[in-house]
Design a protein around this ligand. Structure first.
Ligand code: HMG
Ligand code: MG
Length: 298
């Protein structure tokens, strides 16, 4: 069956924008966040406290959080890789953070300048420090299905890394198909492997990029397996600068169209979101890749 309600974890302001080569003004980012909240989204991944040399687009994280009018009932998680990032997030008044690990060696190297083993040493003090400060910590795991350099990734390798991230003290693990290669059978297989390893599906979220057009099918498959938190990006913006051939995330509008059709509640207003993505596409100077945005925006 399907859940009666799904929580959408909106990653557009972070995953969506991090790959944009032209720096988006902080005022535009702030208006984007406001519009997403107006549309009824309640989890808005706002930015990252990473090295500005690695992700120049998000170098304005302090300015962004300083200008942000936080809404009641809306969470604004931020990505944090290390203790330096945690300090910045604490200083900026953040309540929710996310660490982001890799299931594969090549991506641990390229995205974190680390290894699969060493990344846990980097994250351990981040999670414990954040928990001590009363923050909630999500963990991402990238390359859960396929890696552009290493090919298909064995379920066992993903489950082992994912459990270690959860065991650091994270409340939720988001399974990332960073390069959008997964197909529905693999999604079932990986979720079954986590269940077998004793990780309840209520602790898992899914994060699909749409490179091969599979993100929506994979998401519906995950929902049928019991997942109730789905990551998506308004207008289908996005891509990881350190992953070859990563395109945008599943578009939030495409997800909403399907969920509305299936009678699954989200609390999000599709028309307001489409208008927001149309506005954002104008700011970025190119059309949204979302089919639903293009069908409805006219
Ligand atoms: P490094 O170069 O090994 O680190 O990077 P370092 O400790 O040698 O520091 C290098 C410089 O960065 C130093 O500055 C540090 O101070 C500074 P310098 O002395 O050269 O002037 N620095 C920082 N500055 C600000 N904030 C910080 C910070 N840390 C160091 N937190 C590091 C290691 C982890 C920092 C780097 O690799 C990094 O920032 N990586 C982040 C890459 C990233 O953001 N990728 C995209 C997000 S992940 C993703 O998109 C996937 C996801 O969507 C799920 C999926 O799709 O699979 C989540
Ligand atoms: Mg991503």
């Amino acid at each position: 069956g399907l859940p009666s309600r799904v929580t959408i974890w909106e990653v557009g302001p972070r995953d969506g924008l991090q790959n944009e080569s032209t720096i988006v003004p902080v005022e535009v980012k702030l208006e984007f966040l406001d519009r997403l909240a107006d549309a009824g989204l309640t989890t808005l991944e706002a930015t990252s406290f990473v090295s500005p040399k690695w992700v120049p687009q998000l170098a304005d994280a302090e300015q962004l959080l300083d200008g942000l009018q936080r809404r009641e009932g809306v969470r604004y998680p931020v990505l944090v890789p290390n203790e330096r990032g945690l300090k910045r997030a604490l200083d900026a008044g953040c309540r929710d953070i996310a660490i982001f690990g890799s299931a594969t060696e090549t991506f641990a190297q390229r995205n974190l300048n680390s290894t699969v083993e060493k990344q846990f040493d980097m994250f351990e003090p981040v999670v414990s420090g954040a928990r001590d400060a009363g923050m909630d910590v999500r963990a991402y795991l990238s390359m859960c299905f396929g890696d552009p350099w290493e090919g298909p990734v064995p379920y066992e390798q993903v489950v082992t890394a994912g459990k270690r991230l959860l065991d650091l003290g994270c409340s939720q693990l988001s399974l990332g198909d960073t390069i959008g290669v997964a197909t529905a059978g693999q999604v079932e297989g990986l979720l079954a492997a986590f269940a077998e390893a004793g990780v309840g599906v209520e602790r898992l979220a899914v994060h699909f990029h749409d490179t091969y057009g599979q993100a929506l099918a994979n998401t519906v498959t995950a929902l049928r397996c019991g997942v109730t938190t789905v990551d998506s990006s308004a207008g289908g913006l996005g891509g990881c600068p350190y992953a070859e051939s990563a395109t945008g995330n599943l578009a939030t509008e495409d997800l909403l169209w399907t969920l509305e059709g299936l009678g699954v509640e989200t609390g999000v207003d599709l028309d307001k979101l489409v208008a927001t993505s149309k506005w954002m596409a104008e700011r970025l100077g190119r059309p949204s890749p979302s089919r639903v945005v293009n069908a409805l925006a006219g």
